[in-house]
Design a protein around this ligand. Structure first.
Ligand code: ZN
Length: 250
C-alpha cells in the first residue's frame, strides 16, 4: 500500500511466483483485497490451507481453459470444491489458435462449473474469455449463473457489443496495465465505468511481471485507470476498494 491509496488485485496467479506463501501473507498484512486465482483444483487445495483465516486475500478454485485438455479429470474435484469457497477462478474459454482445438472440452467443463455455481449461489467468478467472449456469454445466459453470483470478466478483449451484453448481465470487469495500454482496453474500461471495474495484475502473465516474476504490483494498473477516467487517484482507488470490500467481505 502506498500512502492513502488502497490497492486491489482481482486476478493474479500468486502460486506461480517464487516464495508465493510469503507473497500471500504480505498482501494480507497490507490489507490488499486480492483474488488469487489457481489453474487447477489441486493447486487450490494447497493454497487454501496457507490462507486459512485471511480476510483480504481469497484464493479461487479454478481450472484454466488452457490446461483443460490435460486436467479435465480434475473436474470432479472442482465441482466438490465450489461449495467450500466463495471464489472460483480461473475458469472460462480460450479460443486462441493454440487452444481452440480443445473448445469442446473447455465448453463441457465451463458449462458444468457455471451450473454448480448457479446452484450454490453467492460465488465470485473470475472469467477468462480470450477470443471466446460471445461463447462465454452464451453459457452464462444458459446457466443463469449471473442471477445469484458475481461475475468478473478478467482482461476482457471482446467487442463493444459483447461488453454491453456482459454489463447487461450485471458483470464486472478487471483491468490490468497491459490492457489499459491499448485503445480498445481503455474504451472497455470507460464503457464499463468505475462502478463496474476492478484492477488486476494477472501476474506473472503481464509484461512487467513476466520479466521479473516479482510480487504482483497493481499500482500501474490503478494509475492507468485513473488516467483513463481523468480522475484523481485517491478517488478512483476508494471506489475500487469499496467495490472490492462489498464483494470480499460479504
Ligand atoms: Zn490469469
Amino acid at each position: 500500500m502506498s500512502g492513502t491509496v488502497s490497492l486491489v488485485d482481482a486476478h493474479c496467479h500468486v502460486d506461480l511466483l517464487p516464495q508465493w506463501q510469503r507473497v500471500l501473507q504480505s498482501m494480507e498484512m497490507q490489507r490488499q483485497y486480492t483474488f488469487a486465482v489457481t489453474t487447477t483444483p489441486k493447486a487450490w487445495l494447497i493454497e487454501r490451507d496457507i490462507t486459512q483465516g485471511f480476510h483480504y486475500v481469497r484464493v479461487g478454485v479454478g481450472l484454466h481453459p488452457q490446461v483443460v485438455c490435460d486436467r479435465a479429470s480434475e473436474l470432479s474435484i472442482l465441482e466438490r470444491s465450489i461449495p467450500q469457497t466463495r471464489f472460483v477462478g480461473e475458469v472460462g474459454l480460450d479460443g486462441s489458435v493454440a487452444h481452440k482445438g480443445s473448445l469442446n472440452e473447455q465448453t463441457r467443463v465451463l458449462r458444468r462449473v457455471l451450473s454448480v455455481c448457479a446452484e450454490v449461489g453467492d460465488r465470485v467468478l473470475s472469467l477468462h474469455s480470450l477470443r471466446a467472449a460471445g461463447a462465454v456469454l452464451d453459457l452464462v445466459e444458459e446457466s443463469r449463473v449471473h442471477e445469484h453470483n458475481t461475475l468478473i470478466f478478467h482482461w476482457f478483449t471482446g467487442s463493444p457489443s459483447e461488453l454491453k451484453r456482459a454489463l447487461a448481465l450485471g458483470a464486472l470487469i478487471s483491468v490490468n496495465a497491459d490492457m489499459l495500454r491499448t485503445e480498445r482496453g481503455r474504451a472497455c474500461a470507460l464503457a464499463a465505468g468505475l462502478q463496474r471495474t476492478l484492477t488486476e495484475t494477472d501476474a506473472p502473465f503481464t509484461k512487467a511481471h513476466a520479466a521479473t516474476h516479482s510480487p504482483p504490483d497493481v499500482r500501474p494498473a490503478l494509475d492507468a485507470l485513473a488516467q483513463c477516467h481523468a480522475q484523481d487517484l485517491p478517488i478512483v482507488s476508494q471506489k475500487i476498494e469499496a467495490l472490492a470490500r462489498g464483494i470480499w467481505q460479504r
